[in-house]
Design a protein around this ligand. Structure first.
Ligand SMILES: [Zn+2]
Length: 402
């Protein structure tokens, strides 16, 4: 029993070391083993042994070019191997499922969309599984798993979508259903957390371990990364900011009865409602038409978007006060095509006390991705899991028990 515990502990430490090496290589690119050892505070001997196992298993490769050409022995750098394994992302949106294949560096290799008339859970999952299967069969990479995302309240640990109001899903067992059809590991999470992980691994927050991704579009929500890991909360509901009370007042009451809910006052739907009420757009036009007017210089459209950005900026200041993140990444319709992030940032900074620390203007930044990044963001859910526990996904890494 004691021996078992000890070998389990050794396994944990080995897993952690593999993870540390892979994260460092993802962050800094090709690195000589001696430099890698210095960067992560490990002995060169340990790094050589561990990278040897990572190279044999196909997660890391030796770079063809030595880093130094001067005197002494050339240093052969090691790098993340982007030619052996891949991960798949599946995003379930309204009328559209987006499927992406990414290599281990988060580079998009293939993308597919399916147009869906239905919101029926079984039919959507079956349709997505067919596209995923086709993508796996059409590429030479070994797919380690699928990250699946959708809006609403998603329980990653339980693999369940508790509530997805737009698709009408309740307690939908998404992870189990996809896993059964595609037969690879599946991790589900909310689309906002997926976006936060994508920013963390290959977007605007690479190398940042404490940040908030605030998504402002039709829906509003935050994805939190604390100490380098996603923070989901006790009931997986962290970041659901829909009913956070804010200073403004919505034209329509929220489902909860209030008129001060963040999603109602700050979301794209309210912008469209106000634009209609002001005669800027017709009844059958949408928020995109307001964006287009603003891009073309219409002062009333600009004023409307400016007011919304200021309101979101003030809520951003609240988030900074509460959580003290290094960075807030802003995503969604508020960033493009009419960039409202500068107004948002100024409103946030005006509200923040000057002695809060950090480089204040640099703390609010636009997302690195356009509004259609949800598929590749879903892949980041699985990428994050692989980097966190490589042994769980690549069995060649685990020493045989004989
Ligand atoms: Zn509400």
């Amino acid at each position: 029993m004691k021996e078992l515990t000890r070998s389990a502990q050794i396994g944990d430490i080995r897993q952690q070391n593999y993870s540390t090496i892979m994260r460092e290589l993802m962050r800094s690119g090709p690195t000589a083993r001696t430099d890698l050892a210095a960067a992560i505070g490990m002995s060169t001997g340990s790094v050589t042994r561990l990278t040897g196992a990572l190279v044999r298993s196909g997660l890391v490769r030796e770079s063809p070019e030595p880093t130094q050409r001067g005197t002494g022995r050339p240093k052969v750098p090691v790098a993340i191997d982007d030619s052996t394994y891949g991960v798949i992302g599946v995003h379930f949106g309204l009328h559209r499922v987006n499927i992406c294949l990414s290599d281990l560096r988060g580079q998009l290799l293939a993308e597919a969309h399916t147009s869906e008339r239905t919101t029926d859970f079984d039919r959507l999952v079956r349709s997505a599984a067919r596209s995923v299967r086709k993508m796996i069969d059409g590429h030479s990479l070994t797919v380690l798993g699928i990250g699946a995302s959708t809006g609403g309240w998603v329980d990653s640990a339980g693999g369940v979508v508790h509530s997805q109001p737009v698709l009408g899903w309740h307690d939908a067992p998404l992870a189990a259903a996809l896993r059964e059809l595609v037969e690879v590991p599946v991790i589900v999470d909310s689309q906002v957390r997926a976006l936060a992980l994508a920013e963390h691994w290959f977007g605007a927050a690479t190398g940042v371990d404490n940040f908030v991704h605030l998504f402002v579009g039709n829906v509003i929500g935050a994805g939190y990364v604390f100490n380098g890991a996603p923070y989901r909360g006790a009931y997986s509901a962290a970041g659901g900011l829909d009913h956070l009370p804010v200073a403004g007042r919505s034209g329509e009451p929220c489902t909860c009865g209030s008129r001060n809910c963040f999603a109602m006052v700050g979301g794209d739907l309210e912008v469209a409602r106000r634009a209609r009420a002001a005669g800027l757009i017709t009844d059958d036009q949408e928020v995109y038409d307001v964006f287009a007017l603003a891009v073309n210089g219409d002062p009333r459209a600009r004023r409307l978007l400016h007011d919304r950005a200021a309101l979101v900026g003030s809520a951003t200041a609240t988030l900074i006060e509460l959580l003290d993140p290094e960075l807030v990444v802003i995503g969604g319709g508020i960033t493009a095509p009419f960039d409202q992030v500068p107004v948002l940032r100024d409103a946030a900074l005006a509200k923040l006390a000057v002695d809060r620390g950090g480089d204040a203007p640099a703390r609010v930044r636009a997302s690195a991705f356009g509004p259609h990044a949800l598929g590749i963001a879903a892949a980041a859910i699985m990428l994050d899991a692989v980097y966190r526990s490589p042994e769980a996904y690549v069995s060649a890494l685990t020493p045989s028990s004989t």
